[in-house]
Design a protein around this ligand. Structure first.
Ligand SMILES: [Zn+2]
Length: 316
């Protein structure tokens, strides 16, 4: 069934010859040996005619399956004595890394599957351990992280989110143009951010602006590393502050008022926080009553609506 060109094209074994194929318990094993012309010294790179075959060894590697059928490469290899550098070493093995008992193509396949399925599902499909899949995917992500270029980053967003139980926070930095997560660190103090900002600076990022909430820790971190960078507070956080202010005004008034007037204020919280153009006629007339009765609340409401319109404006 299989041929040397199958090894070449399907399994990526470009330096080997197929000796025989073995079928055992639903698995397929390809017994291979290195082509004579492809020999060289793993130590100094001396060509094949400089090496003498010494001892032999057999190593088995798991490779990509066919359907659910596992496949193995069984390498019948040699130790090589090199006349040029004098070392005796195993012949080079390009299709697997280090002491791994899997081919590189198997590892790549695992990582590819992790892009479309959960780690658990990948492990079950391939019949390998969950932790192996997890480790391979993690290595892949780490390598990707190292390759990532920070130089072109121009706009970032910094935010916190809570993890696990309450009071455990993580600081996350996003590239606003690509949506990519650039950095994640436990905690939400300045130190969760400063080392990464310094890295951005070292890698030559020409930051133009950072979007974030009004946390003093983040402000301090940004000012420490990039003193002149534009800081943008997004509307969500600003409007939340304005809404809190209007709510406080309402509560202060409620305490100072009595009887009928107190009743008008009561239950008006959502009325006040709602956008003016979203109110129905009944709510509108309630709002008018409320405003007529009370000047500070009226002012607060107008300020809030002004602010909201400011964020919605398309004209700078
Ligand atoms: Zn050598």
């Amino acid at each position: 069934m299989a041929t040397t060109s199958y090894l070449y094209h399907a399994l990526g074994l470009i330096h080997h010859l197929l000796m025989r194929t073995e079928f055992r318990g639903g698995a397929v094993s390809y017994h291979v040996a290195r082509k004579r012309k492809k020999r060289f010294c793993a130590g100094c790179g001396a060509p094949g005619w400089e090496v003498v075959l010494a001892g032999s060894f057999t190593r088995e590697f798991r490779t990509v399956p066919v359907g659910r059928r596992p496949q193995f490469v069984v390498l019948h290899g040699h130790e090589q004595r090199c006349r040029r550098c004098g070392s005796t070493l195993w012949e080079p093995i390009e299709f697997a890394r280090g002491k791994r008992r899997r081919t590189n193509s198997f590892d790549r396949f695992v990582v590819d599957l992790c892009g479309i399925a959960h780690i658990k599902q990948v492990a079950r499909l391939l019949g390998v351990g969950w932790d192996l899949v997890k480790d391979l995917f993690k290595q892949h992500l780490k390598a990707k992280l190292l390759r990532r270029k920070l130089g072109p980053v121009r706009y970032i967003a910094v935010d916190e989110f809570s993890i696990r139980k309450r009071h455990h926070y993580m600081t996350v930095v996003l590239d606003l143009e690509t949506g990519q997560i650039l950095h994640a660190h436990e905690g939400r103090d300045a130190q969760a951010l400063i080392p990464f900002l310094e890295k951005l600076k070292r890698r030559g990022a020409k930051l133009r602006a950072v979007a974030m909430d009004m946390s003093p820790a983040y402000l301090q971190a940004v000012r420490t590393v990039f003193p002149d960078l534009d800081i943008v507070h997004d509307p969500y956080h600003v409007v939340a502050l304005a809404n809190r202010a209007i709510d406080e005004t309402r509560r202060d008034l409620y305490r100072d008022l009595k009887g009928q007037e107190q009743k008008v204020i009561k239950g008006s919280r959502f009325l006040l926080l709602r956008a003016l153009d979203k109110l129905n006629p009944a709510s509108m007339s309630r709002l008018t009553d409320l405003m007529e009765m009370n000047l500070p609340l009226y002012q607060a409401y107008l300020l809030k609506e002004d602010l909201r319109m400011f964020w919605n404006s398309h004209n700078p």
